[in-house]
Design a binder for this molecule. Structure first.
Ligand code: 4AD
Ligand code: MG
Length: 458
């Protein structure tokens, strides 16, 4: 269907003024006066609508009456003109209704609550809010690839179905083809009859396989879906989310922190530069001061504090936390948010967490109680990155696994990495939806995913 994108018409308008153009799109709103009718048409290529003008002296009302329906899909041809109010408009000569839209179309009003829109995920991409969310999500994904490709990383595709639990938190979805009724006597027998002949899960992280690739390719990144059966019904947890996980050989914890900061600033800068109307829109609609916040993040250094110092800061804060803070406790969202929102008022790396609250693969520090791990916390959200140097010493790694009652025989390949030419290496995981929330000011992770999967909701 030969037509011009509305984005192109606004971007390169002068080229088209005075000529005839064809546009396609959906009717967002329309209005009618004595001599003229107007339609606001959106085709998804940009946030702006193109105004279609129907001059009743030049076009018979009969020929376009059916087009004046919110939600209907149109193809319109006419003269493209410059307009003082809207930049450009299309004076329609011909209109064809591609798909009519009955009155029960749920998006009749200009503004709907986000809660309501969550009940119609299949239609919400037709609203300005979600058009903006998915435009930024798309550009952000591109910027992420761009950063790594420009910096010599190889993109690797790690499996989604796995036999191991990377984070050791046991929050895994099982993958099975077993019938719901079975006569197995033991768990072992049950899994042996299943598709893979053993228990299989959806991955919580591509890190373990990512490390294997990095040990040959030097620098890699993964970018794909990960799954967690966490029963946390919060605005920041999804059961299916996208994670970016770089793994870098010959890099210690300090190197990877530097990389993480450089990377976050790069992708934010890219989105700010390439999605100006979306950021401006979110600045109005989702978070006042968003543009200024992002500009500050790009231009200033992130803070850094040790876990031990952070515990002191929290204790001295005079705040009444729901979960009291003691050295050794996992930081809760309320603690993370105090540190980043009130204490530093900017992104902060918390480093050297107690070994007991972190995963088995993290490098053990000389103090015997902490690991070379860091979380990046940001205002409004809390943790967006989980990062660490990996334990490269096979004996220390085995000890950490035994302490956690992990079956060593299930991790022989992972241990082989430490046996055959081990090197210092580090990596991190960034949650795509979390950084997207930070960049847009969107408050709920359910509004960053096309079809959010959360506990109790599919
Ligand atoms: O801190 P996490 O659990 O780290 C890992 O999975 C490591 N294997 C990463 C690595 O070193 N390669 O998760 C990393 C990030 C979190 O900081 C958060 O942004 C995001 O993944 N994340 C979630 N996002 C949405 N919903 C959930 N349920 C999430 N769980 C983690
Ligand atoms: Mg984490």
């Amino acid at each position: 269907m030969k037509h011009t994108d509305i984005k192109e018409l606004f971007y390169d308008g002068e080229k088209y003024v005075g000529g005839s153009v064809i546009v396609c799109g959906w009717v967002r709103t329309w209005r009618d006066s004595k001599s003229i009718s107007f339609i606001e048409l959106n085709d998804g290529t940009c946030l702006k609508n193109l105004q279609l003008v129907f001059d009743k002296e030049k076009i018979s009302e009969e020929s376009y009456k059916e087009a004046l329906v919110v939600g209907s899909a149109l193809k319109a041809e006419g003269e493209f003109i410059a307009s003082e109010r809207n930049g450009y408009e299309l004076v329609v000569k011909n209109v064809e209704v591609l798909g009519s839209c009955p009155q029960d179309y749920p998006l009749q009003k200009k503004h709907h609550t986000l809660e309501f829109l969550r009940t119609i995920p299949h239609l919400r991409p037709r609203t300005k809010y979600f058009e903006a969310v998915f435009a930024v999500r798309s550009r952000l994904s591109y910027a992420i690839h761009k950063y790594f490709q420009e910096h010599g990383y190889k993109y690797v595709h790690t499996p989604l179905i796995t036999g191991s639990d990377c984070e050791g938190a046991g929050e895994m979805f099982r993958v099975t083809t077993m019938p719901w009724k079975n006569d197995c006597k033991t768990e072992e027998e049950y899994f042996s009859r299943d598709f893979f002949g053993r228990r299989a899960n959806l991955t919580v992280s591509g890190q373990l396989e990512g490390e294997m690739a990095a040990m040959g390719l030097g620098k890699i990144y993964t970018f794909g879906p990960t799954f967690r059966a966490e029963h946390s019904n919060t605005t920041r947890h999804a059961a299916e989310f996208w994670q970016i996980e770089p793994e870098v050989c010959f890099a210690d914890i300090h190197d990877i922190i530097e990389i993480a900061e450089d990377f976050i600033k790069y992708i934010i800068k890219d989105v700010v530069e390439n999605c100006p109307s979306e950021i401006e829109y979110f600045n109005e609609r989702a978070e006042k001061g968003l543009s200024e916040k992002l500009a500050n993040v790009i231009s200033s250094d992130f803070a850094k504090i040790t876990y031990t110092e952070a515990v002191e800061v929290l204790k001295k804060s005079g705040k009444e936390f729901k979960f009291p803070v003691e050295w050794g406790c996992d930081l809760q969202t309320e603690h993370e948010r105090y540190l980043t929102e009130e204490y530093y008022k900017k992104p902060v790396f918390v480093v050297d967490y107690p070994a007991d609250i972190k995963a088995f693969y993290m490098k053990q520090n000389a103090d015997g109680s902490t690991v070379a791990a860091t979380d990046l916390l940001v205002p409004g959200i809390g943790e967006i990155i989980g990062c660490s140097e990996r334990e490269a010493d096979i004996e220390k790694l085995k000890a950490a696994m035994e302490k956690r009652n992990m079956p060593l025989e299930a991790y022989t390949e992972y241990l082989d990495l430490r046996k055959y030419g081990t090197v210092p290496h580090s990596g991190f995981g960034l949650g795509l939806e979390r950084i997207l929330m930070y960049i847009t000011g969107v408050q709920n992770i359910r509004d960053t995913l096309l079809f959010p999967r959360t506990v109790g909701s599919l």
